[in-house]
Design a protein around this ligand. Structure first.
Ligand code: NAP
Length: 284
């Protein structure tokens, strides 16, 4: 049987079509006021600038306003904190995105944790992560949240499955593992000190590649019938998993590009709309 293509590009456009209707209803309710997502870009990293621009474009497609804040490469932690606090206090702003990574001298964790929970639409605060992990209401970390939405949309069974997450970052691997655990998968998290990664990956019914190294996870490590999710993207267009050699014998896979990336943005935008619908209350 042909593998299911977990097509984030198509699914994200479907999600956006539904969001545009909800944003139009919000505008009508608030007599024309347009809910806003604020983005903070610190420094000149071209990939980060592209991601922020793509997020602004997605806002426009669904009818949200976006407020792009750009800070120089030399910005201090205090500079970023001032921007976050200003946006926390701005009633027009329903969501705040601080683009990761920030330059080395900035305390990213402190800046993330200064974002008010009700505006944490990218799901980066410690409190939001803790609440999500405990199954309490909170916005999801955008990339793993998008992956979970995609797996559910395509009817991928998670309960009782062996899920292996390769990578344990605060924005991706760890929240992904917590979400899969909450969905009753049996979860193993791998990292740079994992012994015999190949052996662990070979057990997986569901593999999540989130380590940031081009085609590091080899096709030969992936068992027949597995579900293959690749969060990585490396120009000119490969992920963290060696996809050729898997496509013909896996159950489902995310294309690179067009798999996980668009779902990250769709999750961010969905959660911004939810924040506006809840009118500043704690996320539900
Ligand atoms: P990160 O912060 O650099 O974390 C990488 C993780 O991979 C770390 O936990 C690290 O382990 C682990 N790792 C590194 N080398 C390894 C190895 N040889 N074996 C096993 N694990 C290893 O990266 P990230 O921000 O989570 O991003 C991961 C990937 O996802 C990147 O390709 C990034 O571009 C992509 N990404 C995509 C999106 C999207 O929207 N599509 C969003 C975010 C990230 P240690 O903890 O031991 O160092």
């Amino acid at each position: 049987m042909a593998a299911i293509v977990l097509n984030g590009k198509v699914l994200s456009r479907e999600i956006e079509a539904g969001l545009a209707i909800r944003v139009a209803a919000l505008k009508e309710r608030s007599r024309g006021e347009v809910p806003m997502l604020a983005t903070i870009l610190v420094g000149g990293d071209p990939s980060s600038a592209t991601y922020v621009r793509m997020k602004g474009n997605a806002c426009r497609r669904v009818g949200l306003a976006s407020l792009p804040i750009t800070l120089p490469e030399t910005a201090s932690t205090d500079d970023v904190l001032t921007a976050v606090k200003t946006l926390n206090a701005d009633p027009r702003v329903y969501g705040i995105l601080l683009q990761h990574p920030v330059p080395r001298q900035v305390d990213e964790r402190l800046c993330f944790d200064t974002i008010e929970l009700r505006k944490d639409v990218d799901g980066v605060t410690s409190l939001g992560y803790g609440r999500m992990a405990l199954g309490e209401p909170a916005f999801n970390s955008a990339t793993p949240g998008g992956i979970l939405t995609m797996l559910r949309h395509y009817g991928i069974a998670l309960e009782g499955k062996e899920a292996v997450v390769v990578g344990r970052s605060a924005i991706l691997g760890k929240p992904m593992a917590a979400m899969l655990l909450n969905a009753n998968a049996t979860v193993t998290v791998c990292h740079s000190r994992t012994h015999d990664l190949e052996l662990v990956v070979k057990r997986a019914d569901i593999v999540i590649g989130a380590l940031g190294k081009p085609e590091f996870i080899k096709a030969a490590w992936i068992k027949d019938g597995a579900v293959v999710v690749d969060a990585g993207y490396h120009p000119p267009g490969v992920g963290d998993i060696e996809l050729p050699g898997v496509i013909g014998r896996c159950a489902a896979y995310t294309p690179v590009p067009g798999g996980v990336g668009p779902m990250t943005i769709a999750t961010l935008i969905t959660q911004t709309v939810q924040a506006a619908e809840h009118l500043g209350k704690t996320p539900v």
